[in-house]
Each structure stands twice: as C-alpha cells, then as structure tokens.
Ligand binder design. Structure first.
Ligand SMILES: O=C(O)c1ccccc1NCC(=O)[C@H](O)[C@H](O)COP(=O)(O)O
Length: 215
C-alpha cells in the first residue's frame, strides 16, 4: 500500500493485513516515515506488515521504529539464524516467504518450521524480473496439497478476481495475499479492482471466515 485511500479501502473491505514494501527496485517501495503515517489508517483494525528483502540492519531498525509493524515479512534469503536474531531484536511475528515452482521448493521450509510464525508461498520471479515478489505470476497451487496441515501459510502470486476461487478450491488456503491483481498499473492500487477481488473471495468462500492481505 502506498496511499491512505487504498489502506482505508482495504480495511473497509475487511483486509486483515496491510503490507508496506521496503525494496528500492519495487514500484511499491515506500519510505518508512510515509508508511508509518499511512499505516495509522489501519492500526488496530488490520495487522501492519513490513515487507523486506534481506534488509540491512540499520534499514530494518528504521522500518521497525517508524512503521511500528505488527509483523515482519521476510521476502529474501533470510537464514534461520537471521530469523532468530530478528526475533530477539524486535520480538515481532515473522512471516517467511518462499518462492515455489517444484515439489522440492517446499522442502526448503523445513529448517524454518518453529521459527517462522507463518509462511507465505509465492511464485518464482519470471526471467528478467528484479523483484522477488509482486510479479503477478502464479505457481501450480496443487503443489500445496501435500503440505502438512499444521503449516500455516498465506497464498500469494498472481491472484486476481478471476482465479482466486480456483486458488481457494485447490489449496484451501486460510490467507490470501494480493498485489498486482488489484492494481491498474505497477504500484497503483485500483479501488474498484480491490472491491471486485474481495467480492470474488467472499463468493468463493461462502460462509468461511476470511483471512487476507493486500500489499
Ligand atoms: O510487491 C513487490 O513489489 C515486492 C517487492 C519485493 C519483495 C516483495 C514484494 N511483494 C511481496 C508480496 O507479498 C506480494 O504481495 C506478493 O509477491 C504477491 O504479488 P502479486 O503476484 O503481484 O499479487
């Protein structure tokens, strides 16, 4: 999220998590002080998520100090040891992202079980992309069907109003994370697309309780 308007819309639609991207190459990159101000529109109503990629310790300090996130999303190659350090430093829940293409990719989560409070499964970036996330591409969701049911995760990667019902049917995911699918251009959230996405999720879920995020 980069604007108050988008945050307010997501909260009003029932988003449970609001993400802020701290990655310079991203069209969604936001300065921590601005993110902190915008996040006030969501504080106490949705979890505020700081999305970082192998962040430099000083940058992470600034982000935590200025944004005051509820959750740190780690979207790089953060090691289990680094996760322990982050946990000790900030005492925040950690969501560790993994990019998935093949069954073996899911084995990489093993050393993180018990360290990550939640996982986020995303697609691998397409060739030529500078972004580890936010590429608007999906992976084969059926790969998650063999995952141990105790693994708590959010599903992300290329979700949109047209495919979210299928994603839910194939995975039973308890959390969804959408970005490009609710944008009119990279980094520009579209309020109408947000409405349509949430409507599609509600329709697919029926009475099932929702847990979603938007970044
Ligand atoms: O969204 C970005 O620009 C981004 C950049 C660097 C690291 C992570 C990033 N996004 C993280 C997310 O959790 C996205 O919401 C997720 O990858 C889904 O994106 P999309 O496929 O565009 O829906």
């Amino acid at each position: 999220m980069k604007t108050e308007e988008a945050v307010e819309k997501a909260v009003s639609l029932g988003a449970t998590h609001i993400g802020f991207i701290f990655f310079e190459k991203s069209p969604r990159n936001i300065e921590p002080d601005l993110a902190g101000r915008i996040a006030e529109k969501a504080r106490g109503k949705a979890k505020i998520v700081a999305v970082t990629v192998d962040a430099d310790p000083d940058d992470m300090d600034d982000i935590v100090y200025l944004l005051k996130p509820d959750i740190l999303q780690l979207h790089g190659h953060e090691s289990p040891e680094q996760m322990l350090t982050l946990k000790a430093l900030y005492g925040l829940p950690l969501m560790k992202a993994f990019s998935i293409r093949d069954p073996d990719d899911l084995k990489r989560i093993d050393p993180y079980i018990g360290l990550a409070d939640r996982f986020l499964f995303d697609a691998k970036p397409p060739a030529g992309s500078d972004l580890p996330g936010g590429n608007g591409v999906s992976f084969d969701w059926r790969l998650l069907q063999n995952l141990d049911a105790s693994v708590d995760y959010m599903l992300s990667g290329g979700l949109n109003k047209a495919n979210v019902a299928q994603a839910l049917a194939e995975t039973g995911a308890r959390g969804l994370d959408v970005s490009s699918g609710v944008e009119s251009a990279p980094g520009v959230k579209d309020l109408r697309l947000m409405e349509e996405f949430f409507a599609a999720v509600r329709q697919a879920n029926g009475a099932r309780p929702l847990s979603r995020s938007a970044q």
